[in-house]
Design a protein around this ligand. Sequence first.
Ligand code: HEM
Length: 152
Amino acid sequence: MTKAIEAALFLHLLGVAVWIGGMVFAHFCLRPALGDLAPQLRLPLWEAVFARFFNWVAGAVIVILLTGGFLLAQFGGGHAAWPLHAMAGLGIVMMLIFGHIRFGVFPRIRRAVQAQNWPDGARAVGTVRRLVVVNLVLGIVTIGTAVLSRGF
Ligand code: HEM
């Protein structure tokens, strides 16, 4: 393995750790801990958390895409093992879902918090929660697919 491939794999896995680890923390630790707070406190807090976390995810997505594209080219491009193409496909679906969360749903949370419209805000946070579960499942399947590619 060349140094460039090692460096790309290192950054690729760092990006994956930030994204998947952040989703695990938000879903399994932060969400249940905030469950009892009144919406007036809970929703502005979610808005502030998401504003920061989504910047980290955007950075991770760029790193994963660049390093993944580079690695795919090194591992044969169009002729690479099918699990690598499956990883790329699943990764792109995850990125599209993130784009929808960031640019479709998150602005609804912002608007609801500004207008103090708590029912709308709670609905939008619920949508983020469901989409994060989908991305978490896809992320775990993608990691499994990536490891599977070793056998090909
Ligand atoms: C555009 C999207 C992506 C592309 C093109 C891509 C491509 C690649 C390539 C070519 C490798 C090297 C495989 C090897 O070392 O044998 C790799 C490794 C890996 N990728 Fe991705 N990837 C993408 C997205 C993702 C995502 C979203 C995840 C996880 C959620 C992920 C998880 C991994 C893991 C865990 C490895 C290490 C596998 C190993 O070395 O056994 N990748 N990726």
